[in-house]
Design a protein around this ligand. Structure first.
Ligand code: UN1
Length: 496
């Protein structure tokens, strides 16, 4: 029997009064049920929001360095449980074990980083134009946050939101993806063990439509932080507009890698393989467009196809596996549909393209790593996010054309260029229209100490993660304090 996990409301683990449940299954073997969680109702959301509101009065006054101590303990606990959690991420989400462990490592990194922020959270003090008066800006919490996270990073993305929200003094209601609820629950269990007080983190399971939207638009919620598809993000933003909520959305991508004629092709191929097929292409940062200089186009394709064909697809828990399954049937169907679209648009399918369903693949959602060549910028497979192991290779005449193709997208999350020429790398760095630019590295693998996010359809509101302009901006508001200690009425702008 698979283990049953509950919601966490005001420090108590509980079922939903609705009685419905959601099964989380291993996408590499659907007979393997990882656990069941409640299919929550509006009542659960109401109770969780109330618990978070009640706890906010206390938590906002806990000094940030003390909040930081809890986060340090959380970091240590996640580290201690890294192996178990990493395996769970792989079993529940499908990414290969090295990546499952990497997912957890990103949560650990974020926990240490945000713990340290507890001793920074700095504002400004500036002189007043009047005597015996001081002026400063301080960061204050926003209030109660709804955190809605996707399945592709079952511990990392929740950690990106939970930890900065907590250090900023907010309380939260967290709704993880219903495809990876068990890993999210284990993460919350560790936060509780680290000493997060009752009501400060509440966990409500359920689907996006059933629970996520009710939660995001709830009158007791002050801010919403969402990661997922652009369609859902845009719907949430519309739903919340006019409701005076802070909304930040991290959404899709159609991330390009440019390969110049002077690039080290071995390195570029390795990077394109990792960027396009790592996490089975299920990253918002995945490289789904590869734009190759015409002089090296044929040579690049030849090496790239050979490397793609060598990739070993399988269960992520198996050590030889390099590419795991897709998360569920509907994602698999979507990927296969895009492969059909690519074919019918006239792109040249040069490797992959099929579902794998024999023998070890029979009970999972496996699709071959797929490469389309001779893709043109107008084709749908060059424009729409596929979120699977499908790379579209395009040809460019020179750097200017490559950058123009790269920027001709509704998305703008990550981008990359392979070149040995320092001047070309500088032009790309300046002109690529994206939140992140990599030089001689693929589009995936952002580190947590800098802001993460994109422009256009890729991002809305504040960036995630660390650094100036990162998640601390999302999870705090500025308050400006003027203190007059002159003992008389002083008039700004009026007194000489
Ligand atoms: C995502 O795909 O939603 O940069 C996040 C990366 C990871 C995060 C990806 N650190 O690829």
């Amino acid at each position: 029997m698979a283990k049953t996990y509950g919601n966490l409301i005001n420090g108590r683990w509980m079922d939903s009064p609705g009685g419905g449940t959601i099964k989380s299954v291993n996408p590499a073997n659907t007979d393997d049920v990882v656990g069941t969680v409640p299919a929550s109702t509006k009542e659960d959301v109401d109770a969780a929001v109330k618990a978070a509101r009640d706890a906010f009065g206390y938590w906002r006054l806990v000094p940030p360095p003390k909040r930081g101590e809890i986060l340090f303990r959380a970091a240590e606990l996640i580290l201690k449980n890294k192996e178990e959690l990493g395996r769970l991420v792989t079993r529940e989400m499908g990414k290969i074990l090295a990546e499952g462990l990497g997912d957890v490592q990103e949560a650990i990194d974020m926990a240490y980083y945000m713990a340290g922020e507890g001793r920074r959270l700095s504002g400004e003090t500036v002189p007043s134009e009047l005597a015996a008066k001081d002026c400063k800006s301080v960061r204050v919490p926003v209030g109660v946050f709804a955190l809605i996270t996707p399945w592709n990073f079952p511990t990392a993305i929740p950690a990106w939101k939970l930890l900065p929200a907590l250090i900023g003094g907010n309380t939260v209601v967290f709704k993880p993806s219903s495809y990876t609820p068990v890993a999210a629950t284990r993460l919350v269990e560790l936060l509780v063990e680290a000493g997060v007080p009752d009501g400060v983190v509440n966990l409500v399971h359920g689907s996006g439509e059933g629970v996520g939207e009710v939660l995001a638009s709830h009158h007791g919620i002050d801010g919403v932080s969402f990661t997922g598809s652009s369609a859902v993000g845009e719907r949430l933003a519309t739903l919340c507009s006019g409701l005076d909520k802070e909304v930040s959305c991290e959404m899709g991508g159609k991330n390009p890698i440019i390969v110049m004629d002077d690039a080290r092709l071995d390195l570029a191929v390795e990077g394109c393989i990792w960027g396009a097929f790592g996490t089975t292409g299920q990253r918002c940062t995945a490289a789904s467009r590869i734009i190759v200089h015409e002089k090296v186009y044929d040579r690049f394709l030849d090496i790239f196809i050979k490397a793609t064909r060598r990739l070993r697809v399988g269960d992520g828990l198996n050590e030889e596996t390099q590419v795991g399954p897709l998360i569920n049937e509907s994602q698999m169907k979507k990927v296969l549909e895009y492969i059909d679209i690519g074919r019918s648009e006239g792109a040249r399918l040069i490797t992959g393209g099929r579902r794998l369903c024999e023998a070890e693949y029979a009970k999972g959602y496996f699709v071959e790593p797929t490469v389309f060549a001779d893709v043109t910028p107008a084709m749908r497979i060059a424009r729409e996010e596929i979120f699977g192991p499908v790379a579209a290779v395009l040809k460019a005449r020179d750097l200017d054309e490559a950058i123009a193709i790269a920027n001709d997208s509704e998305y703008g999350l990550s981008s990359a260029i392979y070149t040995q020429d320092v001047n070309k790398s500088a032009v790309a760095e300046r002109d690529l229209d994206a939140g992140i630019v990599y030089i001689n590295a693929p589009t995936i693998g952002a580190e947590i100490q800098l802001p993460f996010g994109g422009i256009k359809k890729s991002g809305m509101g504040h960036r995630e993660a660390g650094g100036r302009g990162g998640a601390i901006e999302m999870f705090t508001r500025w308050k400006v304090i003027y203190r007059d200690f002159s003992g008389r009425l002083q008039k700004a702008q009026i007194e000489e």
